[in-house]
Design a protein around this ligand. Structure first.
Ligand code: MN
Length: 205
């Protein structure tokens, strides 16, 4: 069974004005689709076809060396974007509450401090990459950035939320102003979905 781009649960224009319709059309419909097509090409005819994409990405050492780079880049692209679409939505944003809010305040001092650290890591990630909130193997929250389509999952972390800082994620609207995009993006974050990811991650530690 080939890997597939998950359908969006909202319309392409639903995240405007923070992320515009054309960016979503290109990003979900072409960029993510290209990662999936290349990921499927790389794993075709191997037993990786029967494993989940996340499982493969968590154990890149188990991937045959001749396809490891293709799997790392394109399997990573598939997993990262699938998470990304699932933690955004229209009329979202605001502040996290409950266990997620308490965990963020306990680790970073306040939600504002957390956003500042997250945006700072995203703004200073050189070139293309991602910025993440992770649950470490020790069960602590942390902010990390990764280059290209690498994911902290390959280092044993569990991804709670992440933002895409590749230029394709923001350039049509924000041009070279990545920090402006990072700031606006919080208006699209579905903290209920993020809270569910934290609960699942904690259960798995
Ligand atoms: Mn992207």
């Amino acid at each position: 069974m080939a890997f597939e781009v998950p359908a969006l649960t909202f319309a392409h224009d639903a995240l405007e004005p923070y992320i515009n319709k054309r960016t979503m059309e290109l990003h979900h419909g072409l960029h993510h689709a290209a990662y999936v097509a290349k990921f499927n090409d790389a794993v075709a005819g191997t037993d990786l076809e029967n494993r989940s994409a996340e499982d493969i990405i968590r154990s890149l050492d188990s991937v045959p060396e001749n396809i490891r780079t293709a799997v790392r880049n394109n399997g990573g692209g598939h997993v990262n974007h699938s998470i990304f679409w699932s933690i955004m939505g229209p009329n979202k944003g605001g502040e996290p509450t409950g266990e997620l809010g308490e965990a963020i305040n306990g680790t970073f001092g306040s939600f504002d401090n957390f956003k500042e650290k997250f945006n700072g890591a995203g703004a200073t990630q050189f070139g293309s990459g991602w910025v993440w909130l992770v649950l470490t193997p020790e069960g602590k929250l942390d902010v990390v950035a990764t280059p290209n389509q690498d994911t902290p999952m390959s280092d044993g972390h569990q991804v709670i939320m992440g933002n895409d800082v590749w230029e394709h994620a923001y350039y049509l609207t924000y041009e070279n102003r990545r920090p402006e995009y990072l700031k606006a993006w919080w208006n699209t974050v579905d903290f209920d979905a993020v809270a569910q990811r934290l609960a699942s991650a904690k259960a798995a530690v």
